[in-house]
Design a protein around this ligand. Structure first.
Ligand code: C2E
Ligand code: MG
Ligand code: MG
Length: 822
């Protein structure tokens, strides 16, 4: 583009140098002189003209007198020869006479100016002519008359010539000198004019030479300027080609064009803008060259390294004359190299994204979307080939609790390990996916029958429930597995997933194997249970929770030493739900924190009321607490504040935590220590069902052990081994000064054996079932002793008006067998 400045730049001006100025001055001087001389000369000319004008009539008269006289003589001679008649001679004489009468400017007539000799000769001729015969002179008389006329004509002729020759006056001399003066003036004028012309020509030539030189300089400057302009335009074209090409490539990169096509465009741009003969991206199978088929065997003129990740690196090679690469070419190559890097990074990140979109970030397993797409493929194949297709839905039991206790990083480690175990347990053709949280799905396209599916599920459970070592500590989880099979009626993969999910949910709710094969009849029941989740979220707000209490008694006397508080859920128009049916749900969805807080407050307030009424003055209240509650910040302070506010001694409260919870809660020991220091007791609930060994009892921060009810049941069967185990527990508790409470005593036989083994305290239906707080208060009011039949079991007591706890929870056949490692 031509700049304004360039347009405004002044063009070359015609200026005279010093020499030219001097010449011009001389020329001007000369011209002025010439003008002066001319004026002078004109004046002289005018004077001369005036003078000649004054003298010339005299001369003219003489001249014409001479001429007319000679004509008269000539006519006379012609008359003599018979050529003209006498009339012509007389006519000529008349003209002469007229001439002689002309008076000149000086007032003198021609006749007067003529000499007397002339006048005499004229008269002499006139007289003979007058006598000569008229008309043409006859030939015979010519000789005669010639003798008369010719002599007189000769005399007149001489006198006539004498008129001219004899005029030597001063006027003629003046005329000559004036004419000479004028001539000299003219010569001077001419010389000056020539000199002026020469000077002017020289000046013009000189100036012209200057102008030509200036023109040439200007022309050269203009050519240079044009050259620069052309170069600038060329550069601008290349810059704009680079910018356009770069923008186009960036757009392609942004819109995720295939990387191979982007690389092709980059080499083309690099070659076109830099002027290289060939450009190549050398990167294994991704190598690309422009122009296609170029010879790139020589060493490149320029090389740039391009890389996206450490494992994908290559070079941008440029061929051609290195001298021909200007700075723009270098800029282009550097930019193209950066574009290649960007394209590769974008491609790598797109591949990463697509991997991430189909894989679980934590475990690297397939995610839900990949699973669903594989599921629909497998389903299609299964339909066409009639091959079986099984889906196993695995959910880790207690994972949330473990996650809370070992922290999220630890939880992640556990999940990664679980994923690894799952992947190594199944076949390569199977797909293992993680749906999020602790849910895994195994898609088995070649599992031939139900029996094998169940065998696989059992194998998976065994693998997953083996101990995990996280941060040097052991953690335990189980797995519940739901299985479903595709059949002719299966419409979609999503349907299969839902069926497996339902089966898993059911597996979770049943004790025992925790494996369930989908059965369409159970679907409604499971759906109903799923509704519980929603309902539970409103249970506290809608005041649907109630506390029940089960007496803890001295085994031999039945005297109540305290109560264990147990929760119930009273939904309008529906059967009462007992903790086993909803506490795991509350643990899962986190509602347990809010519910637990409510239980604690209600318990403390109830005890405070009883005490205010003079009841239960030495009794303790045992409250079941979830580890999630304990981990809530300020839990200990909250409990102590509630006690303080109610005016109760901390010793009146016992917090029950299961073995699992306590092991997981080791990190929360400071909280428990704070409570114990204040006087609150901690009880190890369901002892014997978990994984802690008897020796661990020494280190656990507990004041009381509650031996799981399965031990009492085993005693009833006269199991000698179990008896020995209970004996050891009783001894150990006594040795460690721990309070021991035996749970689930249902028969007199159990009680007696326990008494034999040295157990002192217990609870169970033999003494009393859990009852709503009002009834429990009534028990206290009537003496605080639980009557025990002399023989038999609690069923014998059924006459008492207490409600029966949910059988689904308390039926012994569903309980896990006791396990205490020693
Ligand atoms: P747990 O703490 O071991 O409570 C004792 C359970 O055994 C109670 O069941 C009780 O009704 C039952 N039981 C008592 N005596 C006998 C007997 O002689 N035979 C049989 N078969 N069962 C007996 P429940 O009320 O269904 O509670 C189940 C579990 O729910 C409790 O076990 C406790 O771990 C949990 N739970 C109950 N209430 C709460 C609560 O408020 N918070 C928390 N976190 N957990 C609670
Ligand atoms: Mg308990
Ligand atoms: Mg218990």
């Amino acid at each position: 583009m031509i700049t304004d400045q360039w347009l405004r730049a002044p063009g070359p001006r015609l200026t005279l140098n010093r020499g030219q100025q001097v010449v011009a001055a001389i020329l001007v001087l000369l011209l002025v002189t010439l003008v002066v001389v001319s004026i002078q000369s004109s004046a002289d000319q005018r004077a001369y003209t005036h003078h000649t004008a004054r003298t010339e009539p005299v001369s003219n008269n003489t001249f014409f007198t001479v001429r007319d006289s000679l004509t008269y003589i000539e006519k006379a001679e012609q008359y003599l020869l018979g050529v003209v008649p006498r009339r012509d001679v007389q006519l000529a004489r008349a003209l002469l006479a007229q001439r002689l009468r002309v008076i000149a400017a000086n007032g003198v007539s021609a006749a007067d100016a003529a000499s007397p000799e002339y006048r005499w000769a004229l008269n002499a001729l006139d007289s003979v002519i007058a006598e000569a015969p008229a008309g043409i002179l006859p030939a015979d008389q010519r000789t005669k008359w010639a003798g008369t006329i010719l002599p007189r004509a000769e005399v007149l002729s001489e006198a006539t010539h004498a008129l001219v020759a004899g005029n030597p006056n001063g006027l003629h001399r003046f005329d000559r000198s004036a004419e000479e003066g004028l001539l000299r003036g003219r010569v001077v004028q001419l010389a000056m004019l020539i000199a002026a012309l020469v000077l002017a020509a020289a000046l013009v030539w000189w100036i012209a030479a200057n102008v030509v030189r200036q023109y040439r300089d200007t022309r050269r400057a203009f050519d240079d300027e044009r050259d620069t302009l052309r170069k600038t335009e060329d550069r601008l074209d290349r810059v704009s080609a680079l910018e356009r090409g770069q923008a186009r490539i960036l757009e392609r990169i942004a819109t995720a064009d295939p990387v191979s096509s982007v690389l092709r465009q980059i080499v083309q741009l690099a070659a076109e803008v830099s002027g290289a003969t060939a450009v190549r991206i050398a990167m294994g199978p991704r190598s690309v060259v422009y122009p296609i088929g170029s010879d790139v065997s020589e060493a490149p003129a320029w090389t740039g390294t391009v890389t996206d990740t450490a494992d994908t690196a290559g070079t941008l090679e440029v061929y051609g004359d290195p001298e021909s690469f200007d700075d723009l070419a270098h800029t282009t190559l550097v930019r193209c190299r950066d574009l290649v890097t960007l394209a590769l990074e974008r491609d790598a990140s797109a591949r990463r994204l697509s991997y991430q979109a189909s894989h679980d970030a934590l475990t690297g397993l397939a995610n839900r979307s990949l699973l669903l797409s594989r599921l629909s493929q497998s389903l299609m194949l299964a339909r066409h080939r009639g091959t079986p297709l099984a889906v196993l839905f695995c959910d880790l039991d207690r994972f949330k609790m473990v996650n809370d206790s070992i922290g999220h990083a630890g939880g992640d480690e556990l999940l990664i390990e679980a994923a690894r175990r799952l992947s190594t347990t199944v076949r390569e053709t199977d797909t293992v996916a993680r749906l999020g949280g602790d849910e895994f799905v195994v898609l088995c396209p070649e599992l031939p029958d139900r029996a094998q599916a169940i065998t696989l599920a059992e194998r998976i459970r065994t693998t997953l429930s083996a101990p995990y070592t996280i941060d040097g500590k052991e953690a335990f989880v189980d797995a519940s597995i739901g299985i479903t099979f595709a059949d002719e009626s299966t419409v979609s993969g999503a349907e299969l997933m839902r069926e497996a999910d339902v089966a898993m949910y059911r597996a979770k709710l049943t004790d025992g194997s925790h494996i369930n094969v989908f059965d369409s009849h159970l679907e409604a029941e499971v759906a109903q249970r799923l509704d519980l989740d929603t309902a539970l979220r409103h249970a506290v707000g809608r005041n649907q929770l109630r506390l029940s209490a089960q007496p803890i008694v001295t085994l031999d006397t039945g005297v109540i030493t305290g109560f264990e508080v147990l929760l119930q859920w009273h939904r309008p128009g529906m059967p009462v739900l007992y903790p086993g049916a909803f506490i795991p749900l509350a643990e899962d969805n986190g509602m347990i924190v809010e519910i637990g807080r409510w239980v604690l407050r209600e318990t403390i307030e109830t005890l405070a009321r009883w005490r205010a009424d003079g009841l239960a003055l030495d009794l303790t209240m045992s409250v079941n607490v979830s580890p999630r509650q304990v981990r809530e910040p300020g839990f200990a302070e909250e409990v102590l504040q509630l006690l303080d506010k109610a005016g109760l001694p901390p010793e009146s409260l016992i917090i029950e935590l299961t073995e699992h919870a306590l092991v997981d809660l080791r990190v929360a020991h400071p909280v428990l220590a704070r409570l114990r220091d204040a006087g609150v007791s901690v009880s190890l609930d369901d002892f014997g069902t978990g994984y802690s060994s008897l020796t661990q009892l020494r280190t656990l921060p507990v004041d009381q052990i509650k031996l799981d009810r399965s031990f009492a049941a085993a005693l009833d069967h006269g199991d000698a081994k179990q008896r020995a185990v209970v004996q050891s527990v009783v001894s150990l508790a006594s040795a460690l000064a721990l309070d021991l409470v035996v749970e689930g005593i249902e028969t007199v036989a159990e009680r007696d054996t326990l008494l034999d083994l040295g157990a002192r305290k217990g609870q169970g239906f033999l003494y009393h079932q859990p009852v709503l707080c009002d009834l429990a208060r009534a028990l206290l009011e009537t003496g605080g002793v639980c009557a025990v039949p002399a023989e038999g079991s609690y069923s014998a007591l059924a006459a008492s008006a207490v409600p029966s706890p949910s059988l689904s929870v308390n039926v012994r056949s569903q309980l896990p067998s006791p396990s205490v490692s020693t």
